[in-house]
Ligand binder design. Sequence first.
Ligand code: PDD
Length: 300
Amino acid sequence: MPTIACVNGRFLPIGRAVVSIEDRGFQFGDGVYEVVRSYNGRLFRLDAHLDRLEQSARGIRLPIRYSRAYWRRLVTRAYEMSRFPDAKVYLQVTRGPAPREHRFPAVVRPTVVITVRRLDPLPESVRRRGVSAITVPDLRWGRCDVKSLNLLANVLAREEARAAGVFEAILVRDGLVTEGAISNCFAVVGGAVITSPTDPSILPGITRAATLELVRREGLSLEERALTVEEYRRADEVFLTGTTIEIVPVVSLDGAKIGRGGPGPVARMLQERFAALVAAECGGPAAPGGGRASRRSRRT
Ligand code: PDD
């Protein structure tokens, strides 16, 4: 099954897909992106991702002239060409090529790149056992609600996590947990599910939103407020959400156990409900071995 690349609407083998060295995405990280995933041949919440892409683009004053219908057609076509039932679809829009000069070019010709790769989901054993995390200072800019290409602080935080032998770096600004380097963070305290509010200090995650739907549906108490690192350390449960990881319990933070040191009941219940939500929206569990899903089930 092929990895797909598409540059400005043109489909190419990934090795031949190129953009200019003068592209502002390359020069300045001047662009925005999305990561969408599919389950069982269907893209999960494509419209929510396209909404956020448009919001991010507005956030950096980047006009994207593609209509929603065109975006949907293009992404769906790229996805269908890949034939991966479980795929990671990457969308990137930059302010295009121009001689290097910080201010916007007089004429902007955005570069739109799409790639579709097979997604290797987090092993079920990891999801069941939970993961470890460390806290690191949140060194990112002030508009973390924009999914911008400027990921250097996230890259460095992830590298710190890797070097520490843990799964995720949890970012801390002014003593408060914002989110993970590639995920949103939740704590469970006395039965209440607590997560940072959607302000410019976090990315409004699509999985976060789906998780909040589940929390409300289950009638659990929900608070959207930032917690201190200490509150996270003392929480009964901590878990992470994200497109590529879904819902993952954190069982150890900075080397100390969270709760009893195993996945808690709220995270486990939400994992189950999330799987049911995906099955309801994307039609059942992913086909094992990567068999091609029917065209009918591929519609998004
Ligand atoms: N990242 N917060 C940050 C900083 C993220 O980078 C991500 C996802 C999330 C979770 O958002 P969502 O549920 O919409 O995936 C939160 C993607 C997957 C990435 O950069 O690869």
